[in-house]
Write a protein that binds this ligand. Structure first.
Ligand code: LUZ
Ligand code: MOS
Length: 750
């Protein structure tokens, strides 16, 4: 089954917020933002702007009828700045006009006088000054203090990883339409409809039932619309509410890049202790997360960092402390992996450095310490159905890594200026929201009189194929052609209290809810069929390929007639179901629990070639074995893996956010912020781990969204290996991204 949107996408017919036909009287909004990183607003004068031709309204914090507060976990973020501004790009006022061009031009005329205050951009500096989003947290296992004495090798170091811009194709967008009786309907490009609903209600002082949010699909999100679609929906809603006219707000690419948060940059110190044979005995780290100017999801992201500080390895003694530090950058936010990638880059860097000092290939240490069945994570949970070694071994065998190593050694002997490197990258990623309460979903399913099916869930389609998977699940439960199933937009009036479509769990949880609702209707259909055949036991009935079977015998009762019979009998052809991931829990007072339904495992061999004259490189190949369980949709899963790999290696290699000394984003366009394109994409070989069944997943499948991103981390170390082949004593720095400039400077550094 192909991605259900694919034909519409190719024909350009799929609709996004900005494609909706303009409602009558539509106005357009533009955002006026802070020009400084930190300051006190002395005065803000919008009178001149209000009077400009074509302008219908200018709104500031003073115009907000409810609370000027869009913070979610911690309520520390105003919709519009009040007395202070905390980052360049922070919304201060909204201008609404006949066209977006008039609105943007008019915004230039706003008079603001700001007294500049000192700003902080570095997480460590913020930490030293006590600028914390929340108290630091520590995960520990065993006793590192006692373990150091047993270590043959103790290696310390520092690791930094850079931020990352989401570069979703569709920029942040929302359209607010006033409804009768002071209600608001929003089309919002969000991953989190209920959050938008709740916060818009808060801003406008409305009960939630007066705010409807609808999301048909997103042009990508990657976490960037989990918490950060709210501001733009809130602003459009504010204007529509005040003017009683439909208002659309769509950010321009450069605005989006300047105003919204990114993946969190991290800076960490580590200490790793190993036995002579490479067994890791102890692991300590202090992690500083650059949160930006407001909490956003930073504390949850920091928590996921802590959950992934040992990646795919068992380490008996661990102590890791992490702090979320407040700086004067746009609030950093969710991004595919959600703090996990930063943790994995940290431990992989430590292993690389330890290997270098011990004269080993890092793969020796990696392999030695891979998780085995029953091994404990620092948070108390144990590895179950652990596929760390089967994936690793699968890569070595399937792609003959041993032979590749020999070939690479030979290549490196024969080439003076070009060197190759190979790095192994195992991954282990926990599936479930780390905030246990978010692990719930629901579905509403209708069968119409012609036998077609309508499914509504909380899952937002953002290109990842969740609609396709859900249609597949409904079709599978009923045993009907997937073409009969339509997965609707997500809508707060059809599905309430939605968790964000995030944490790779959209298909898992909404898939289960869909399955349950379909099974509910199926039970009624079977009863009706049993009655038709005049038998007592509905269990004797089966539907296969749209035909009713009685005790494994094909009958001439077809799906369409069964639906008609059920309807005529006045039985409901609709069902609503709720799903909550069973058993998971986490005790924050002890930092122990079973927070995840399961883990996703995988391993990759990443190869790079470095041009040691220029510092330029190519990532040649990423060959991987990935544990998809029993894939719900192999096409979709393969696409997610390929996309994740490329996005991950972009983060590690060429995607570099540059700021001026005063905190202005210099890389605010796609000519200065470079992402991998089809020409720089490596040869990606994907193999699904065989014979993997995942009981917690719908039809034994596993979540796919985030984990493959982390294979990209291997690119950093493949390049580093190639650099070492050129210059044995190259200074080892762990500071991503490894841009060509950095390669060149490192290999020629005296
Ligand atoms: N969002 C969230 C996430 O709120 N909690 C999570 O644990 C998470 N994990 C990954 C991606 N988004
Ligand atoms: Mo996400 S980083 O699963 O929105």
């Amino acid at each position: 089954m192909k991605h259900v949107d694919i034909a519409m996408h190719v024909r350009g017919e799929s609709r996004f917020v900005d494609d909706e036909p303009a409602p009558e009287g539509l106005l357009h909004a533009a955002v006026f933002t802070s020009p400084v990183s930190h300051g006190k607003i002395r005065s803000l004068d919008v009178r001149r702007t209000r009077d400009m031709a074509g302008v219908h309204g200018v709104f500031t914090a003073a115009d907000i009828p409810g609370e000027n507060q869009i913070g979610n976990i911690i309520q520390d973020e105003p919709l519009l700045a009040e007395d202070y501004v905390h980052f360049i790009g922070q919304p201060v006022a909204l201008v609404v006009a006949e066209t977006p061009e008039i609105a943007r031009a008019a915004a230039q005329s706003i008079d603001i006088d700001i007294e500049e205050l000192p700003a902080i951009f570095d997480a460590r500096e913020a930490f030293a000054k006590g600028e914390l989003i929340a108290p630091p947290r520590t995960f520990s296992l065993g006793d590192t203090h006692a373990a150091w004495k047993k270590c043959e090798h103790i290696i310390e170091g520092r690791v930094d990883s850079g931020g990352q811009e989401h570069v979703y194709l569709e920029t942040q967008a929302s359209l607010a339409v006033p409804e009768e009786d002071r209600g608001i309907k929003l089309l919002s490009a969000t991953q989190s409809l209920s959050m938008v609903q709740k916060i818009v209600a808060r801003i406008l002082a409305l009960p939630m039932h007066k705010v409807e949010v609808d999301t048909l699909r997103l042009g990508g999100a990657f976490g960037g619309k989990e918490d950060q679609a709210t501001a733009w929906a809130g602003l459009a809603a504010l204007a529509a509410f005040k003017l009683d006219r439909p208002v659309k707000l769509v950010l321009r690419r450069d605005e989006d890049m300047r105003m919204t948060g990114k993946r969190h940059p991290y800076s960490s110190d580590f200490k790793i202790g190993l036995a002579k044979d490479g067994a890791i005995l102890a692991w300590e780290a202090q992690i500083f997360q650059n949160a930006g100017a407001a909490a956003d999801l930073s504390t949850a992201i920091l928590e996921r960092t802590l959950f992934h500080v040992t990646n795919s390895y068992f380490i008996p003694n661990v102590k890791v402390t992490a702090a979320s530090c407040r700086t004067n950058l746009p609030p950093n936010t969710a991004f595919r992996g959600f703090g996990g990638p930063q943790a994995m880059f940290l431990i992989e860097s430590a292993i690389f450095k330890a290997a270098a000092e011990m004269g080993l290939d890092p793969a020796v240490i990696q392999q030695k310490n891979l998780l085995d069945e029953g091994d404990q994570f620092p948070y108390g949970m144990r590895a179950k159905n652990c596929h760390a070694r089967p994936c690793w071994d699968g890569v070595e065998k399937k792609y003959d890594v041993k032979k590749r190593r020999t070939e690479i050694e030979q290549f490196n002997r024969e080439h003076e200026w070009r060197k190759k490197g190979l790095a192994m990258m195992p991954i282990c990623f926990g599936i479930s929201f780390t905030s246990t309460f978010l692990n719930q979903a629901s579905a509403l399913v209708h069968i119409y009189q012609d036998g077609t099916v309508s499914v509504s869930t909380a899952a937002v389609e953002m290109g990842q194929g969740v609609k396709t998977k859900i249609a597949g699940i409904a079709a599978r439960v009923f045993s009907i052609d997937p073409q009969r199933v339509r997965v609707e937009s997500s809508n707060t009036r059809r599905v309430a209290n939605m968790s964000p479509t995030a944490a790779s769990s959209g298909a898992d949880m909404n898939g289960h809810a869909t399955r349950l609702a379909c099974e509910d209707i199926l039970a009624r259909l079977k009863q009706r069929a049993a009655k038709h055949f005049d038998i007592d036991d509905p269990q004797a009935i089966d539907i296969r390929d749209e035909t009713v079977f009685l005790r494994d015998e094909k009958t001439d009762l077809h799906w369409d007639e069964l639906i008609t019979l059920t309807y005529m009998d006045r039985k409901s052809l609709s069902a609503q179901a709720h799903y909550a991931t069973p058993k998971i829990y986490f005790d924050k007072s002890k930092e122990k629990g079973e927070p995840f339904a399961y883990h996703v495992f995988g391993a990759a061999a990443v190869e790079a070639t470095v041009d040691c004259l220029r510092g330029a490189y190519e990532i040649d190949s990423v060959k991987l074995v990935h544990d998809v369980g029993e894939s719900l949709n192999p096409h979709v899963d393969r696409g997610q893996i390929e996309g994740g790999v490329v996005q991950g290696l972009g983060w590690m290699t060429i995607e570099e956010l540059m700021h001026s000394d005063n905190g202005k984003l210099l890389t605010d366009s796609l000519t200065t912020y470079k992402v991998p394109d089809i020409y720089s994409a490596p040869d990606i070989k994907v193999h699904f781990l065989q014979d993997s069944k995942n009981p917690p997943g719908p039809f034994y499948s596993k979540a796919i969204g985030e984990p493959p991103f982390m294979y990209g981390i291997g690119a950093y170390f493949a390049i580093l290996r190639a650099m070492k082949a050129f210059r044995k004593d190259v200074r080892l720095e762990f500071h991503s991204p490894m841009t060509p400039e950095k390669v060149l400077l490192a290999i020629y550094d005296g």
